[in-house]
Design a protein around this ligand. Structure first.
Ligand SMILES: CC(=O)SCCNC(=O)CCNC(=O)[C@H](O)C(C)(C)COP(=O)(O)OP(=O)(O)OC[C@H]1O[C@@H](n2cnc3c(N)ncnc32)[C@H](O)[C@@H]1OP(=O)(O)O
Ligand SMILES: O=C([O-])CC(=O)C(=O)O
Length: 372
């Protein structure tokens, strides 16, 4: 038995949710470029869960289901208020709150296909409310209740800020949600599938996935990108900052990818949005600093930007706090996690690979009193 480090290139399952072939990303066979330009996030959720685009009636029904399930129990709000706010990262809060939310779902352990689908709707509906409620609570503000007349994207921004967002913000946020919704067998999706393949419940799968997304090599990179942009601060600092980092063999957050070689097809959409939004806010320096970093990293290391790189300046331009970037990724990716969880249940087999043992062998047990 030989191990493949990081399971690189290992095909671990079949899936009909999304694919990456020759650097092209598709959701159920639809090119991400088409979806980014045309689809609402709700359409994408339907597509991922049903493997077909909804007709008008199906879309209206899903929108209504998401909107009418968006409220969270008072107990969850009280729970969020009990966290040691000053020290808690919103991803840790989200991880705990989703697990806690599961305690209030009467169907949590009903493993029927119908109950699992109903839970998928409830989790997708409530995840925005949890993220935005925590964001407000830590500012000493009361959570804003979801509105049933707003789209998923608009509702998130409304609950976060307490005022109705403008059209440009909603369009940009919707596109970001569409671009982040699914991505084949990335680390957090694999984690979700491993978890539920033991026939554990949907809440466990989503809690596990949030935990995996939190790390800086995965979803946590978008927050680190903004930290880097802020540290750089001005365009003239880019060269020395990036070259020193590369010389120290440090990783530049938002670059590189396990699967893409020529480039992440989502990045160009986010780059375009970053240019547009930073122009609108008058803070074009974030876009300029980003493109300069891209120029250096691609020429020095042949590493193109990934989805996390330009999403940082996009979310910043939407006036979103930097440590909410990864929770927003989770809000969107929940749709993909749920699609994969439901797919795993449909054709389940325990996921249990082997390890290539490299430790000592044939050791002789020494009684405690004789050990040095
Ligand atoms: C949504 C997402 O999860 S997208 C990814 C988000 N993560 C990041 O942006 C973090 C920065 N990027 C990385 O750490 C990596 O590129 C990963 C984790 C995304 C992919 O990693 P892997 O496929 O395991 O590549 P690995 O880390 O082995 O790197 C291969 C080589 O490229 C270098 N490299 C990879 N990414 C970077 C980077 N961002 N900056 C500088 N060098 C890098 C490594 O140092 C290594 O060099 P070496 O062979 O000289 O030692
Ligand atoms: O696929 C990956 O390894 C990471 C990624 O880009 C994502 O999850 O969107």
């Amino acid at each position: 038995m030989t191990a493949t480090r990081g399971l690189e290139g290992v095909v671990a399952t079949t899936s009909s949710v999304s694919s990456i072939i020759d650097d092209t990303l598709t959701y159920v066979g639809y090119n991400i470029d088409d979806l980014a330009e045309n689809a609402s996030f709700e359409e994408v959720v339907y597509l991922l869960w049903h493997r077909k685009l909804p007709n008008a009636k199906e879309l209206t029904e899903l929108k209504e289901q998401l909107a009418s399930n968006a409220k969270i129990p008072t107990e969850v709000i009280e729970h969020l208020k009990s966290y040691p706010i000053a020290k808690v990262h919103p991803m840790a809060a989200l991880r705990s709150a989703v697990s806690f939310l599961g305690l209030f779902d009467e169907e949590a352990d009903d493993m029927s296909t119908e109950a699992n689908y109903r839970k998928a709707i409830r989790i997708q509906a409530k995840i925005s409310t949890i993220v935005t409620a925590f964001a407000r609570i830590r500012q000493g503000l009361e959570p804003v209740e979801p509105r049933e007349d707003l789209s998923f994207a608009a509702n998130f921004l409304y609950m976060l800020k307490g005022e109705e967002p403008d059209e440009v913000a909603v369009e940009a946020f919707n596109k970001a949600l569409v671009l982040h919704a699914d991505h084949e067998l990335n680390a957090s999706t694999f984690t979700a599938r491993v978890c539920v393949a033991t026939l554990s419940d949907v809440y466990s799968g989503i809690t596990a996935a949030i935990s995996a997304l939190k790390g800086p090599l995965h979803g946590g990179a978008n927050e680190r990108v903004m930290k880097m942009l802020t540290e750089i601060g001005e365009i003239e600092n880019v060269e020395p900052y990036i070259r020193e980092k590369l010389a120290r063999k440090e990783k530049i957050m938002g670059f590189g990818h396990r699967v893409y070689r020529k480039g992440d097809p989502r990045a160009k959409h986010l780059k375009e949005m970053s240019q547009k939004l930073t122009t609108l806010t008058g803070e074009t320096k974030w876009y300029e600093i980003s493109t300069k970093i891209e120029e250096i990293v691609t020429s020095e290391k042949s590493l193109p930007p990934n989805v996390d790189f330009y999403s940082a300046s996009v979310y910043h331009s939407l006036g979103i706090e930097h440590d909410l970037f990864t929770p927003i990724f989770a809000v969107s990716r929940t749709s993909g996690w749920l699609a994969h969880i439901l797919e795993q249940y449909e054709n389940n087999r325990l996921i249990r690979p082997r390890a290539d043992y490299v430790g000592p062998e044939k050791q002789v047990y020494v009684p405690l009193e004789e050990r040095k």
